[in-house]
Write a protein that binds this ligand. Structure first.
Ligand SMILES: [Zn+2]
Length: 79
């Protein structure tokens, strides 16, 4: 779940999808790629690629391999 630490990072707007800000996926045309939306107070969903990163005990799990696992899981199916 998202707690005070993750909320602070969201408020400061410093979290981005690691896949979308790094090569080879980074789109040089796109300003500020990899912005994330909060879903169900637990998931950070990338607006650009659809990878989904869970927040476990207030620690966002921002590894590309983890985001890959949930990339094609629909938001409704996230628990
Ligand atoms: Zn992304």
């Amino acid at each position: 779940m998202i707690g005070p630490s993750t909320q602070w990072m969201l408020d400061e707007d410093i979290l981005r999808c690691p896949a979308c800000v790094s090569e080879p996926e980074r789109d040089p045309e796109k300003k500020d790629p990899g912005r994330l939306d909060v879903v169900k107070n637990k998931w950070l969903v990338c607006r650009d690629c659809g990878r989904k990163y869970p927040v476990e005990d207030d620690i966002p799990q921002m590894l590309i391999e983890i985001g890959d696992r949930y990339r094609y899981v629909s938001v409704e199916q996230l628990e």
